[in-house]
Write a protein that binds this ligand. Structure first.
Ligand SMILES: [Zn+2]
Length: 197
């Protein structure tokens, strides 16, 4: 290596590079660190993701597709859509018919469990001024993101849940995540399938 720069400088430079709107690609570097010292760079990849979410949706209008995109995640205390009763066989929302233990979607006897269907905001980091915001739904990933199971979360009062959201926002809302997003023309909202980083 030629010039040896301070780790802080390296990280700051990287952050600037990733956030630079004129730079229409994302450089993804995975590195190991210990006590803020970079030990080794494990991989380096450049992604072409110059299109905003709006452009991607426009390009594939009416299609069902999955894509990776860089977004920030913001939990919204005004959202009441947080969890639901899910069929333990097909994971779909259990619609209670006459029989409480029968799933009308997979058409069999089943049990149900509480699962997340958390409505959040995602902020497109490729969009103009990095401000374009979309409503997106998080299922299994929500437990990881919030760090609590749907069952435990649902046992909290609404105030406690909202405070929980505010805390997580303070810790994480500035982070740019690489998300796997699903767009389905039959559904109003994007689905966050995975939070990759
Ligand atoms: Zn089912």
């Amino acid at each position: 290596m030629g010039n040896i720069i301070q780790n802080d400088q390296f990280k700051k430079g990287l952050q600037e590079l990733l956030q630079n709107k004129k730079f229409k690609r994302t450089l993804k570097i995975i590195y190991k660190e210990n006590k803020n010292q970079i030990l080794s760079v494990q991989s380096c990849q450049i992604f072409d993701n110059e299109f905003s979410i709006e452009q991607r949706l426009e390009q594939r209008k009416g299609m069902h597709f999955i894509f990776e995109h860089n977004c920030k995640i913001l939990l919204d205390v005004t959202e009441r859509q947080r969890y639901f009763d899910s069929c333990t066989i097909c994971n779909k929302k259990l619609k209670f018919d006459r029989n409480l233990n029968f799933c009308s979607i997979c058409k069999q006897e089943t049990t149900f469990q509480l699962a997340y269907c958390l409505a959040v905001k995602i902020i497109d980091q490729i969009s103009e001024d990095n401000q374009a915001t979309y409503r997106a739904i998080m299922f299994e990933e929500a437990a990881k993101y919030l760090g609590i199971s749907a069952k435990d979360f649902s046992n909290m009062s609404l105030d406690s849940q909202n405070n929980y959201f505010i805390n997580i926002n303070e810790q994480k809302s500035h982070i740019v995540h690489s998300l796997t997003l699903e767009s389905n023309p039959n559904k109003k909202n994007l689905v966050i399938q995975r939070i990759l980083a």
